[in-house]
Ligand binder design. Sequence first.
Ligand code: HEC
Ligand code: HEC
Length: 209
Amino acid sequence: MTEGIKFSVRALLVVLVAMGAAQAAEGDAKVGKEKSAMCQGCHGEEGISAAPNFPNLAGQFQKYIERQIHDFQDGKRVDPMMSGMAASITELQDLKDIAAYFASKKRMKGTPSGNKELAAKGKVIFYEGNADTGVYACSNCHGENGYGKDAQNNVFPVVSGQTKDYLVKQLSDFRSGDRHNDPAGMMSSVAKKMTPAEIDAVAEFVAGM
Ligand code: HEC
Ligand code: HEC
């Protein structure tokens, strides 16, 4: 009897310790808050950015954030401001902690667009795409709410509630090929089929979703 209890207590301890270790290895949002002080200057303490050309990071998938930083570090994605910032993160654990911090924040949320006509055009593109030119509906990959698929599938980032300026810039960069770090060219192949007017409309809608 006593043996049994001792055994299970020890087993429980082993599990708890293993869980603690897994958590640290995966990123600790508490520590990440301090480590991300510099990032907060542009991306905001709560992950809501200070200016429309800086993306919101609040509630973005941790793994997506990590992948983008790796891509900036490897030169697969280039930005005059962000490339240097990414290079300053030299420890993998720091990156995981910082990414965990922003991922843990209350997810970015848009304010509905004042330009109803433009947003309505964008809504059609988001949910239906453009059959004439072969633009896939965004909701296929970014989800019905623009929140991506689910926490396990972090390939498709949260786009809903992102700033309009940033959305337009990314879609235009994918279209021109300036940004080409998307897995299997999934995003570029969509953006390359879009017109600047479609990009403007869908960004108007997505920013206010
Ligand atoms: C001086 C302002 C500035 C600072 C400081 C800064 N960033 Fe950025 N960040 C940007 C800009 C601008 C972009 C958008 C780049 C582009 O247009 O491709 C960006 C993009 C990103 C992205 C990609 C977001 C996405 O949705 O794909 C991540 C992740 C990111 N920053 C994380 C960080 C982290 C982590 C730090 C701190 C080490 C940091 N940033 C510091 C300006 C900044
Ligand atoms: C076939 C799947 C697919 C479709 C359809 C798709 N996307 Fe994407 N999108 C992706 C992937 C994958 C990424 C992430 C790229 C990366 O990891 O760098 C992405 C990235 C983005 C980004 C950059 C996000 C950021 O934080 O930097 C924006 C903005 C975006 N998509 C908007 C759209 C819009 C708007 C549409 C519809 C017109 C759309 N996407 C359709 C797969 C798709």
